[in-house]
Design a protein around this ligand. Structure first.
Ligand code: BES
Ligand code: ZN
Ligand code: ZN
Length: 481
């Protein structure tokens, strides 16, 4: 992994081949730079927009570059600009990248720069054979950011947030032979304890005793037992609001007896992307310790498999809050886990609940792979989450809770059934969830698309994306400034 640090003395980067980068805002005059670089930038019509860069060879083993950061007032642009600096370093095959900070760059921008550097250099490669240094091209070994000591805190804040995203990415990418409910709950528990948070993990016996019977029904087909995470962050000062975050943690979704075609089953270990976002947010909150907000991190975990013991179609199961559910489709399992978890969250006396779930393919059909669907019973909560998403550069778009569609969830034999009509599948799934939150203001993010990316794009890698961590951190008051 690339080491990323901030240096105050401007020690020369250690690698034999170094790229020195100056960050340049849009239409900023190029001054105090070698004339060869100024000429090259002019030749390429470099204007300082994000995505623009120009470089020259200086002395043997030393390259110089300018990287555009766009409008200097938009600090979050530095996250993207960081990626282009890393890209430039990679294309030149240097060992070290050194980024000089001018005093015009705000602390907030420094935090975004650190974030972008970490996100762009992270990779999930522990299952790949180690590269032979003799035959493979050199890798970017280190990134040094050179600025004065007053920048260290902002830089560290940026890294903490990016590390939380990378933690979530690692969890999503871990393959389902390793990432079982027990393993996932243990990762979360260890992290919570190391951050000094309160944490409880319910095992299958505890879940049965407490009546999480919808959750247990999904887990029944697997020899891997169900788990349920509940960690709590309490601020040191007064509590102004209490928030519960709830994440779907299906560590593998085969569909159960409503089995998926094998091509749709590929990547279904990512069906715990909601839980990963909640655990990543827990990491961010536990480090940043925001004031005034108490946060409950809740994640029901199970595998949806097939066996002689698996739950069947037409079974009627009574959930945690007493509602009976007729199972029409065992592949609509996420809403069953969430039904119990949301009812439990509402019982914690929180002011609002936000859930994240890789819930429906229908949401991907509607919004594409990049954008999460946002449903909410509260306009205020919906607006606040949209604002947070904009800051976090994570795409969300509101979808409607069409009350009339509730009729489509009526069951002849139970209070509700777990499958709506083919059309509007993301909406009926959200309406199903709404039945379990009571009066607590609630929002649901269907992250089936953005939890995993087919290909890399700027700071976003291919594979598990950690989508939701930055949005939640921003929403809970963990800010870059
Ligand atoms: N985990 C899937 C949803 C999903 C699909 C996530 C594609 C990521 C990518 C969910 O449990 C599921 O199977 N949903 C069904 C719902 C249907 C049975 C109502 C679907 O989307 O087909
Ligand atoms: Zn499913
Ligand atoms: Zn699923």
């Amino acid at each position: 992994m690339t080491a990323i640090s901030i240096e105050f003395s401007g020690r020369p980067a250690a690698g034999p081949v170094v790229l020195n980068v100056a960050l340049v805002a849009k239409d900023e005059a190029l001054v105090d730079l070698p004339s060869a670089l100024i000429d090259e930038a002019a030749r390429q019509r470099f204007k300082g927009a994000i995505g623009e860069s120009a470089w020259v060879g200086d002395s043997p083993g030393v390259f110089l570059a300018v990287i555009g950061i766009g409008d200097a007032a938009h600090a979050s642009g530095l996250r993207r600009a960081a990626y282009y600096a890393v890209e430039c370093a990679r294309s030149l095959k240097v060992d070290s990248l050194q980024v000089s900070l001018s005093c015009d760059i705000s602390d907030e921008a420094v935090a975004f720069l650190a974030q972008g550097l970490r996100l762009s250099t992270w990779s999930f490669d522990q299952y790949k054979k180690a590269k032979d240094p003799e035959t493979s091209p050199p890798e970017l070994r280190e990134v040094l950011v050179v600025g004065d000591i007053a920048r260290a805190n902002a830089f560290a804040r940026g890294l903490v947030l990016a590390d939380a995203v990378c933690f979530a990415r690692d969890l999503v990418n871990e393959h389902p032979g390793v990432c079982t409910p027990t393993w996932l709950a243990e990762q979360a528990r260890e992290r919570a304890l190391s951050l000094g948070l309160e944490v409880q993990v319910f095992d299958e016996k505890e879940l049965e005793a407490r009546g999480f019977l919808l959750h247990l029904a999904v887990a029944r087909g697997s020899s891997q037992p169900a788990r349920f995470l509940h960690a709590v962050y309490r601020p040191s000062g007064p509590v102004e609001r209490k928030v519960a975050l709830v994440g779907k943690g299906v560590t593998f979704d085969s569909g159960g007896y409503s089995i998926k075609p094998s091509s749709s089953m590929v990547d279904m270990h990512m069906d715990m992307g909601g839980a990963a976002a909640v655990i990543g947010a827990m990491d961010a909150i536990g480090h940043a310790k925001p004031e005034g907000v108490e946060v409950h991190f809740i994640a029901p975990m199970a595998e949806n498999l097939i066996s002689g013991n698996a739950y069947k179609i037409n079974e009627i199961i009574r959930g945690y809050n007493g509602t009976t559910v007729e199972i029409i489709d065992t592949d609509a399992e996420g809403r069953l886990l969430l039904a119990d978890a949301l009812a439990y969250a509402a019982e914690q006396g929180v002011d609002e609940i936000v859930d994240l779930a890789t819930l429906t393919g229908a949401c991907i059909v509607g919004l594409g792979m990049e954008t999460a669907g946002l449903f909410s019973s509260s306009d205020r909560l919906s607006e606040a989450l949209r604002d947070a998403a904009r800051e976090a550069d994570e795409a969300v778009w509101p979808l409607p809770l069409v009350e009339r569609m509730n009729d489509k969830l009526k069951s002849r034999v139970a209070d509700i059934k777990n499958l709506g009509p083919r059309w509007g599948g993301a909406v009926s799934a959200a309406l199903f969830l709404k039945r379990f939150v009571g009066d607590t203001p609630w929002a649901h993010l269907d992250i089936a698309g953005p939890a995993m990316a087919e290909s890399a794009w700027e700071t976003l890698n291919a594979g598990g994306t950690g989508f939701g961590v930055l949005l939640l951190a921003q929403y809970l008051g963990v800010r870059a400034e």
